[in-house]
Ligand binder design. Structure first.
Ligand SMILES: N[C@@H](Cc1ccccc1)C(=O)O
Length: 506
């Protein structure tokens, strides 16, 4: 049977009941087979529109067991026992006869109860005699009440107290199941007709003016919302964006880093890295097989060659024969400093005003053995500043500000070596979580052999620093294997479920 639950409830409320409410939704005519959960759904929806109010009542529904049913039909054991004993004044019944007439179990329980109720007594010659005239079968009556579902109405005149129910349960004549039922009242906005609530203000409503009389569905601020099915931003990209933001805040311009293949010239020679440097060997660098060499080199190659071979700008150079073919070798760039060198040259040639503040965040490649924290490719975050009267103090102050914006307050610098910077500083930060100093980057003041050859004027200094993007991302997202962050083993769910993070947390 399909029944409009809402319609029935509203109809009853409309007619009005004793105190204007429905006492028990379970007792509504025709609701015997209706699931109260369905009723609850209707009540909730009506309540949200303030059409009804309701209270939940925890109710114990009692049902008879098969033994209970049997007693309902034949009477209780004790009454059946009482009934086979002759009336008062007459000779009693021999105990041994009891089980013959009633069966062992009924007889035994019946005797126990009848003695307890002081209905019978035992004579010296093992006979049972009545002590009272007549008895009423309270058990059977209680079961009849339970069976008819009229408990609580008090109609039959038998008080079915908690003690009796407990006793019937103990005797396994009834079982109780906890269920919920509802008491329903008219709400403040009670109406027989339920208006369909609008969920959106539409163009049509505005045009026709119907919005004035429309009821709008309330927002449910507790609703979690539907998880978005579309793309999510990878943690590396989120952290990248945060770095970008810091650079922009500090007045940096982003460099174009879309070429993974560079000449050795830009990757090494222009940075005053000698051609015999171990970083230029194939264990450290990926060389391109086809084509192996760039067709030409920039026009200031002679100056670079000269600085390497005999020096200049106050330097005596490395004093070795510089090879053009070596410089033409194509490589997968090992650092984005290749791009910084290119941009410093290009911008100073075009007469760009100082200071020049440039940054990049992009992929670099190193022929390293891969493990849980190293891949043959990673992302480098790099910044350079060219200006007059820049000193080591400027570099340190800059780093304090830059890393401070990421929430990294405690920095320590350690002297290091780079062929292209002097002095060079390794940057360490105090990691609260790990309770130790962690290396976060590398930095320095670019050597005159490099920046003067690139075309920067005398008196202009350039500071630079670089760090990996993966390291802070792994720390932030608690990822300890780099392969979970980059490459084919990345779990798409990890990408979807990780929120945007701010670098300044822990
Ligand atoms: N190129 C360096 C980073 C760096 C950039 C600029 C100046 C000093 C150091 C590296 O690979 O680690």
């Amino acid at each position: 049977m399909t029944m409009d639950i809402q319609e029935v409830i509203l109809e009853i409320l409309d007619k009005g009941c004793a105190d204007g409410c429905i006492q028990d939704t379970r007792k509504i005519e025709g609701f015997e087979t209706v699931d109260q959960l369905q009723v609850l759904g209707v009540l909730k929806s009506l309540e949200s529109k303030e059409i009804v109010k309701y209270e939940t009542i925890e109710q114990e529904i009692l049902t008879l067991t098969s033994e209970g049913e049997e007693i309902l039909e034949n009477g209780s054991h004790e009454v059946r026992l009482f009934n086979i004993i002759p009336a008062q004044g007459m000779e009693g019944l021999e105990i041994s006869k009891v089980s013959e007439i009633l069966g062992a179990s009924v007889g035994k329980i019946g005797q126990g109860k009848a003695f307890q109720n002081k209905w019978i007594k035992k004579t010296a010659d093992n006979k049972l005699e009545r002590v009272v005239d007549a008895v009423t079968d309270e058990t059977q009556k209680a079961l009849a009440l339970i069976s008819s579902g009229s408990i609580g109405d008090g109609g039959a005149g038998v008080a079915l107290d908690a003690k009796m129910i407990k006793e019937l349960k103990r005797r396994k004549l009834i079982v109780g199941v906890k269920k919920q039922t509802y008491k329903v009242f008219k709400g403040q906005k009670y109406s027989r007709q339920v208006k369909q609530e609008a969920t959106d203000l539409t163009y049509e409503m505005l045009q026709s003016g119907s919005w004035k009389d429309s009821e709008f569905k309330k927002f449910n601020f507790n609703s979690k919302g539907i998880p978005s099915a579309g793309g999510s931003i990878h943690p590396l990209l989120k952290v990248m964006e945060e770095f970008q933001q810091i650079f922009f805040e500090m007045g940096f311009e982003e460099m174009k880093t879309d070429k993974y293949v560079e000449t050795s010239f830009w990757n090494f020679d222009s940075l005053y890295i000698p051609q015999q440097h171990p970083a230029r060997e194939s264990q450290d660098t990926f060389f391109i097989k086809d084509p192996q060499h760039a067709k030409s080199l920039p026009d200031f190659q002679n100056l670079v060659q000269q600085v390497h071979e005999i020096g200049g700008f106050g330097s005596i150079g490395y004093r070795y024969p510089w090879s053009k073919t070596e410089s033409q070798k194509l490589v997968l760039r090992t650092h984005t400093t290749a791009v910084s060198a290119y941009m410093l040259h290009k911008l100073s040639k075009s007469g760009r005003k100082l200071p020049m503040k440039l940054f990049s965040i992009d992929r670099v490649f190193r022929n390293e053995s891969v493990d849980a924290t190293h891949l043959a490719e990673f992302h480098q975050v790099e910044g350079v500043i060219a200006d007059k009267s820049i000193s080591l103090g400027t570099l340190i102050t800059f780093m304090d500000v830059f890393f401070g914006k990421m929430g990294i307050k405690k920095l320590k610098f350690k002297p290091a070596y780079n062929p292209y910077t002097e002095p060079s500083l390794e940057v360490f930060s105090w990691h609260e979580g790990f309770q130790k100093w962690v290396e976060i980057g590398n930095s320095g003041i670019f050597r005159p052999e490099m920046v003067r050859a690139l075309g920067l004027e005398p008196g202009v200094q350039v500071i630079g620093f670089g760090l990996s993007l993966e390291r802070p991302t792994m720390i932030k997202y608690g990822i300890n294997n780099i392969r979970s962050l980059v490459g084919h083993k990345v779990d798409i769910n990890m990408v979807k479920s990780n929120p945007f993070c701010r670098l300044d947390k822990n």
